[in-house]
Write a protein that binds this ligand. Structure first.
Ligand code: GFB
Length: 313
């Protein structure tokens, strides 16, 4: 991939796709191709193939996905399995038929068994039952990995698959029913501070542990591995460090400057208790994250303050 390559980023309006576009532009890549949903409906196979024929991308970052937090995953199983399967099949198929040079597919740490030993190595994939709150999404993502590996084996498609841990950062979804924990807590503490509310509700027990990676770090890892990694075996992308949800809530509370209490809502699910990624393979490939959690929360809160009128609520 060089600075003149034709590079398609699928899902550029999302958290991950937006960060990948920023990362490519910052590095001087001049032919970054993006399409809005109105221009190309990625669930429509004909539309996707037509776009690939017209635009002739040489490199594809597959960051288009139906994503959401624990409640959305648990409530809308059809949306999560169906939409992801359709979109990824269309893009992987079109990448093969239009002979792209390389495709990068993004999975998720939730593809691993619920009770996988920690930290989770890449080889634990398909060794046990999945976490029920997000098995629909996880099954779609596992199918995407296998599609990429099948195309590699049968047709030689250079398709690589990265498994990011829980992501956060500018461009996230702050809708409390659909969002992940980080944007939800930022918004809840911020609104509670403005309202002078006595307490903020944290879902579940606060004891589950999660690993958080800033999306600009993920985008940097994607570009690095697009340039250097050519193997169908999956690669974990994370920090190798995790925190309890309770500690995360305390950190967000401090950054926002909220003075009240944190209370539990035990009607909401905890989800898996831990999903810390083993990132030794990633480190061996010459990449390590740069943005630590405290700094990432601060800059994401700054972004939230500057953009809260313009993004999805
Ligand atoms: O980020 P989150 O929704 O997703 O929730 P998962 C992480 C933890 O934070 C859970 C707790 O234990 C939640 O109960 N939590 C506390 C909250 N307060 C809140 C809140 O206000 N909002 C939210 N959303 N959570 C998702 C998967 O799982 O992770 C996806 O469902 C995907 O498929 C994604 O893999 C990365 O980490 O549990």
């Amino acid at each position: 991939m060089d600075l003149h390559s034709r590079i398609y980023v699928a899902g550029h309006k999302g958290l991950v796709g937006g960060a990948i576009v920023r990362a490519l532009q910052a590095r001087g890549f001049q032919n970054v191709i993006t399409k809005t949903r109105t221009e190309t409906d990625l669930e429509n196979q004909g539309a996707v193939f037509k776009m690939f024929l017209e635009e002739k991308p040489e490199y594809v970052f597959m960051a288009a996905a139906k994503v959401g937090g624990i409640l959305a995953n648990n409530t809308y199983p059809v949306d999560f399995i169906r939409s992801n399967l359709m979109v990824q099949n269309n893009i992987i198929d079109a990448s093969h038929f239009s002979r792209v040079r390389k495709l990068l597919f993004l999975g998720s740490s939730c593809i691993y068994p619920k009770l996988a030993p920690q930290p989770i190595k890449e080889e634990y994939l398909l060794t046990g039952a999945l976490e029920p709150t997000n098995e629909w999404y996880a099954i779609a993502k596992i199918a995407g990995i296998k599609m990429c590996q099948a195309y590699h084996r049968q047709h030689g498609l250079n398709a690589i698959s990265l498994m990011p841990t829980n992501l956060y950062g500018p461009g996230d979804n702050f809708d409390l029913n659909a969002s992940h924990v980080m944007p939800a807590l930022l918004r809840k503490f911020h609104e509670a501070k403005l309202a002078g509310a006595k307490e903020v509700v944290m879902w579940g027990t606060g004891t589950p542990m999660r690993e958080f990676l800033h999306v600009d770090d993920l985008a940097d890892a994607c570009v690095h591995l697009m340039l250097t990694y050519n193997d169908p075996e999956i690669v974990n992308v994370g920090t190798g460090e995790d925190v309890t949800i309770r500690s995360l809530a305390e950190m967000v509370k401090d950054v926002v400057g909220y003075q009240g209490e944190i209370v539990q809502d035990l009607t909401k699910p905890d989800g898996t208790m831990r999903k810390l990624l083993d990132v030794s393979k990633l480190h061996g490939l010459g990449w390590k994250h740069r943005i630590d959690l405290a700094e990432g929360i601060r800059t994401t809160y700054d972004w939230y303050l500057q953009n809260q009128d313009s993004f999805r609520h």
